[in-house]
Design a protein around this ligand. Structure first.
Ligand code: COA
Length: 393
């Protein structure tokens, strides 16, 4: 007999499935904390390396911890030759998110610590993956353009942000470019139980190894309703192209029951604090450049889109993290299909923190294998099941 009384919650909205001490997303107040520190504070004062330590180790780095983290990340800036050969064997039109999802298990195959039950060793694998994943993503961007991957820079004084840009561009970025990338990495590093993080935790709950879990996260992030939204925001801006076309474009989009990408959030019912920081950043870094046009278009889409959603659906909808990051990434010269890849490069830190928390029972004493149930609405023919008619071969 089916139990009619069981709760069905499509999309698991509002359902608490675990304890976590990694980040707090307060959708009502528009507040985001990484391990207790506000995103505004961290965006102003921290580096991405400090964020990695904060998320993975659980506390801000003190004394030698930050130089140790930089050294570890630098030491792990290695692309195994098998991975480079694998990347070179792919069709050049392979989607970058597919490529970086596929590269994660290749890191497993080249990690002698893979599958360890020792937190310290898995922590080292996390740092190796954070470093290597960025290099592999950057290498793919070069390979698909017919260029050779660059020799990684192990120097710990070169930031993760600079190493990633160097991997793509083949030149060391300016201080301004590296600082901007550092900020973008900080803002995208972690966001509690979103779809991709939940995917990571679900795989971790089976006690599968780190790389199996992270590759599931990349797959979930690639969807247009999640990390794929930033690329679609840019597609939308290019499609609209002119300020005076925004009104018509949004009206037609709404009439066709389409979504305005970059607006709305499953948790934030007020402004996403990351979007507010990115709006200011976009205004500052694009001022006077030809890409400023895309920032101006964003402002107009936000204004018109929000007004129409309010008027037609009585919805208060605000920009999310993917809205203003798009003109910034475009201004930095990222190809549009690399926008979600950048997101994954950043989020791998948050995913690793969640893997550690889930795998080593750090927030609740006895985590369980995730196993929701489905409400079966398929064929039923009584208690014995439906009769199967055998066919002659
Ligand atoms: C992110 C998102 C999925 C969250 O939405 P949600 O809170 O789960 O709400 P739903 O998807 O159930 O949508 C609720 C209503 O708001 C509307 N809505 C939400 N966001 C919208 C948007 N960006 N454009 C147009 N309508 C939107 C939906 O059409 C729906 O209306 P309906 O009830 O008439 O069908 C949604 O806002 C969205 O699709 N945004 C665009 C994609 C995006 O930017 N994703 C990145 C998220 S960080």
């Amino acid at each position: 007999m089916l139990d009619e009384k069981l709760t069905k919650n499509i999309g698991l909205r509002g359902v608490t499935v675990a304890d976590s001490a990694i980040s707090l997303v307060d959708g009502q107040a528009g507040r985001l904390l990484y391990r207790g520190f506000s995103i505004q504070e961290l965006a102003q004062k921290a580096s991405y390396e400090e964020i990695i330590f904060l998320l993975l180790a659980g506390a801000p780095p003190v004394d030698a911890a930050i130089s140790q983290t930089r050294e570890d990340l630098g030491r792990h800036r290695v692309l195994p030759k098998e991975i480079v050969a694998g990347l070179k064997s792919l069709p050049l039109n392979a989607g970058p998110m597919d490529v970086v999802q596929g590269v994660v298990p290749a890191f497993a195959a080249t990690d002698s610590l893979c599958g360890s039950d020792d937190r310290q060793l898995v922590y080292q694998s996390c740092l190796r993956l954070i470093s290597g994943f960025a290099l592999a993503a950057a290498a793919w961007q070069r390979i698909r353009l017919g260029k050779e991957p660059v020799e990684p820079l192990p120097d710990p004084d070169i930031s993760h942000a600079a190493s990633f840009l160097h991997g793509m561009w083949g030149r060391i970025p300016t201080k301004g470019e590296a600082k901007l990338m550092d900020l973008l990495l900080i803002l995208h590093a972690e966001h509690s139980f979103n779809a991709s993080t939940f995917a990571v935790r679900e795989v971790a709950s089976t006690k599968a190894h780190l790389y199996a879990a992270i590759s599931a996260g990349v797959g979930a992030l690639s969807g247009p309703l999640h990390g794929g939204a930033n690329a679609r925001v840019m597609g939308m801006l290019l499609d609209i192209a002119e300020l005076d076309k925004v009104e018509t474009w949004v009206t037609e989009r709404m009439a066709a029951k389409g979504r305005i990408m970059g607006l709305g959030h499953a948790v934030y019912k007020t402004e996403d604090p990351r979007a507010a920081i990115l709006r200011q950043t976009a205004e500052k870094v694009l001022a006077g450049k030809k890409e400023e046009k895309w920032f101006r278009l964003c402002l107009e889409v936000e204004k018109v889109g929000r007004a129409k959603l309010k008027a037609e659906k009585n919805l208060e909808i605000y920009p999310n993290v993917d809205f203003y990051s798009s003109p910034v990434l475009y201004g930095l010269g990222f190809p549009i299909d690399m926008f979600p890849v950048f997101f994954a490069v950043s989020r791998v830190a948050g995913w690793c923190a969640h893997y550690l928390e889930e795998r080593f029972a750090e927030a609740q004493p006895k985590p369980a294998l995730y196993r929701p149930r489905a409400n079966y609405v398929g064929r039923l023919c009584g208690t014995e099941g439906c009769p199967w008619i055998a066919h002659e071969q």
